[in-house]
Ligand binder design. Structure first.
Ligand code: 9MR
Length: 503
C-alpha cells in the first residue's frame, strides 16, 4: 500500500501542467451527444450535462469504476498528455483517478494514469502522461477511489498527442465506387453514432446505415408504458426510439437512407412482451392477445419512425432468423409458442398493412448456404411471396475464410435469386483464425468474390451492407472480420471490395 502511495505521489510530481487548448488534439465540448462520453457501469449510472452544458456529471453510481468514459483512437507507442477538471459537492474530500481501459483481441485491461484529491465544491485538476501500448481500443475515464456512490462532474478534458484521424483523406469511397449499382452500407451502433468524427468517416464510405441493435424490440418496446396501457387493453403497445436517436438523427441530417433492423426476432425481445400485463411473473397471454400486440407493435414502430423521420427508413427486416439451423422448420421462439407457426406470415401481413408506401419488407437470415436450412428459407419465402407480403430476402453472410466456401455461397444466392425477390447482403463479415497476411489475403479474396456475385445480380440487389466498420468494434472482434483495422486503416479486404467493381 505504501509503495503504491509512493508511486502515485511520483506520478503526481511528474504530472504535466495544465494543457493549453490551442495546442491540444482533443478538447471536450459536450454539446453534441455529450461528445461521445458515456456512463461506464453495469447498470444504474448515467451521465448528464451540467454547468450550463460546460460540464458532464455522473450519478447513480454503485462502484468506484462507474465513471464517465470516452473512446479514443490512440497510436501505439505515442505519448499523450492529459488533463481534466473534476468537482464533487458531496464529501469534504474525495480521491479521483484518471484511468484508461484498453483492449487487445477483445481482452480488457486497465491502467491508472493520475490521481488527485478534490475538496468539496472545488474544480480540481488531474493531469498525467500516458504512453499508449499495443491495444486496439482505448477508453479514457475518470473514476473514484473509495467513493463508490459519489456523484461528480468533469469539464475541460484535454488530450495532447497524435490521435489517429479516421480514414486518410485520399482514401477512395466504397459508396462512390458502387454508386451506379447499389448502396454500400454498414451497421452502426449508438456508441459509434455519438462520436461525430467517426460518423463523418463512415459517411465518407457508406451510403446506407442500419442500427446494429437500436431498432430491435429490446430497445424499442416501452415496457413500462405498455404495462400501464395493458390495464385497459392487453393488446396496447408503446414504443420509443431513444436508443436509435443519435443514429437516425445523423442519417437524417446527412440524407443517408436507413435499413430498419428488426421488428420480430426470437432474440433481444423482452420476455414481458409475452406475458399478461407485460409482467413476466404472470402467465403468458393467449394467441389472440399476442396477435393484437404483434400488429400494434409493428404499427407503432412504423408510425413513430414515419412521424419522427419521414422517408428515412427505406426498408425493414420484418422477421429475422425464423428458420432453425439444420432443419427446414421454424426454430423455437416465444412468438411460435404463443401464436403458433403462422406468426411469420401474420407479421408480414401486419407489416404490409401498416408500412408507409414504398418501404420494402425483408425476411433476413443466416447460414443460407447450408442445407437443409436453405430449403426451409426458400419454402418460407415462397409462402410469403404468394401472400404478396414480402419484397426481399437478406442474406446475412456472417462467414469465415474456411467455411462455407464461395461455391456454396454462390449456389445459395442463385437459388434464392431465382425466386425473383429483391435481394440484399445485410450483415457481411468474414472471420479469420489469426491476423496473418495469408489469412487477410484469403479474407480479401472472399470479400471480392461476394461483391462480384452481388454485382452480377445488380438489378435485383437493393444493397450490400457490412456488419460494422472497424475490427475492434465488431461483434466478432477477436476474429478481425471487417474492412478496416482498429486504427481505421483499410485492410486488403477493403481494396478487394473496391477492385471488384473496378475490374
Ligand atoms: O451486432 C449485434 C451485437 O452487437 C449484439 O450483441 C448481438 C446480440 O444478439 O446482435 C448482433 O447483431 C446480430 C443481428 O441482429 C442479427 N444477425 C446476427 C448479428 C450478429 O450476432
Amino acid at each position: 500500500m505504501r509503495i503504491l502511495g509512493i508511486v502515485l505521489a511520483c506520478l503526481l510530481l511528474l504530472a504535466a501542467p495544465a494543457l493549453s487548448e490551442e495546442e491540444a488534439d482533443y478538447v471536450s465540448d459536450f454539446s453534441y451527444w455529450a461528445d461521445g462520453w458515456y456512463a461506464r457501469s453495469n447498470g444504474g449510472a448515467s451521465v448528464f450535462l451540467t454547468d450550463h452544458g460546460a460540464a458532464l456529471g455522473i450519478e447513480g453510481r454503485t462502484a468506484d469504476w462507474h465513471s464517465m468514459g470516452r473512446d479514443f483512437t490512440l497510436a501505439e507507442g505515442e505519448s499523450y498528455q492529459l488533463s481534466v477538471l473534476v468537482r464533487q459537492d458531496e464529501a469534504d474530500e474525495a480521491r479521483f483517478v484518471l484511468s484508461v481501459a484498453h483492449s487487445h483481441q477483445g481482452q480488457e485491461s486497465y491502467e491508472n494514469i493520475a490521481v488527485a484529491t478534490a475538496k468539496r465544491g472545488e474544480w480540481t485538476e488531474i493531469s498525467g502522461t500516458y504512453l499508449a501500448g499495443q491495444y486496439e481500443r482505448f477508453v479514457l475515464y475518470v473514476e473514484t477511489q473509495g467513493a463508490a456512490t459519489l456523484s461528480y462532474a468533469i469539464k475541460d478534458f484535454v488530450l495532447r498527442g497524435k490521435t489517429q484521424a479516421f480514414g486518410a483523406e485520399d482514401l477512395p469511397s466504397l459508396a462512390e465506387a458502387y454508386k451506379a449499382y447499389f448502396p454500400f452500407g454498414t451497421a452502426v451502433t449508438y456508441m459509434e453514432a455519438v462520436n461525430r468524427p467517426r460518423m463523418d468517416f463512415y459517411a465518407s464510405q457508406f451510403n446506407i446505415l442500419t442500427p446494429g441493435n437500436e431498432l430491435k424490440p429490446d430497445s424499442v418496446l416501452n415496457v413500462a408504458v405498455s404495462r400501464m396501457l395493458a390495464a385497459e387493453d392487453e393488446t396496447a403497445v408503446a414504443v420509443h426510439l431513444t436508443a436509435a436517436k443519435p443514429i437516425l438523427d445523423y442519417a437524417q441530417e446527412k440524407g443517408i437512407p436507413v435499413h430498419g433492423h428488426v421488428l420480430v426476432w426470437h432474440s433481444q425481445t423482452p420476455k414481458a412482451f409475452f406475458h399478461e400485463g407485460y409482467d413476466p411473473r404472470r402467465p403468458m397471454v393467449g394467441r389472440e392477445v399476442m396477435l393484437g400486440r404483434l400488429e400494434h407493435y409493428i404499427e407503432a414502430v412504423f408510425k413513430a419512425t414515419g412521424e419522427q423521420y419521414p422517408g428515412l427508413i427505406v426498408s425493414w427486416d420484418v422477421v429475422n432468423e425464423a428458420v432453425e439451423d439444420g432443419k427446414t422448420s421454424l426454430r423455437d421462439s416465444l412468438w411460435k409458442t404463443v401464436i403458433g407457426d403462422d406468426y411469420v406470415e401474420r407479421a408480414f401481413e401486419f407489416a404490409r398493412k401498416h408500412a408507409p408506401k414504398g418501404v420494402k419488407l425483408y425476411y433476413n437470415d443466416y447460414n443460407t448456404a447450408y442445407e437443409p436450412k436453405q430449403t426451409g428459407i426458400a419454402n418460407l419465402l415462397k409462402k410469403l411471396q404468394e401472400a404478396g407480403t414480402v419484397d426481399g430476402y437478406g442474406f446475412q453472410m456472417h462467414h469465415d475464410i474456411r467455411q462455407p466456401g464461395y461455391r456454396a455461397i454462390e449456389k445459395a444466392f442463385k437459388r434464392i435469386a431465382a425466386l425473383g425477390l429483391c435481394l440484399r447482403i445485410s450483415e457481411l463479415d468474414v472471420t479469420v483464425p489469426d491476423p496473418s497476411e495469408a489469412s487477410f489475403a484469403a479474407q480479401a479474396k472472399l470479400y471480392g468474390q461476394v461483391m462480384k456475385l452481388a454485382l452480377s445480380y445488380a438489378d435485383q440487389v437493393d444493397a450490400v451492407q457490412v456488419w460494422g466498420v472497424m475490427d475492434d468494434l465488431s461483434w466478432r472482434a477477436k476474429s478481425f472480420p471487417l474492412l478496416f483495422d482498429a486504427w481505421a486503416k483499410p485492410k486488403p479486404a477493403f481494396y478487394a471490395v473496391l477492385e471488384a467493381v473496378q475490374d
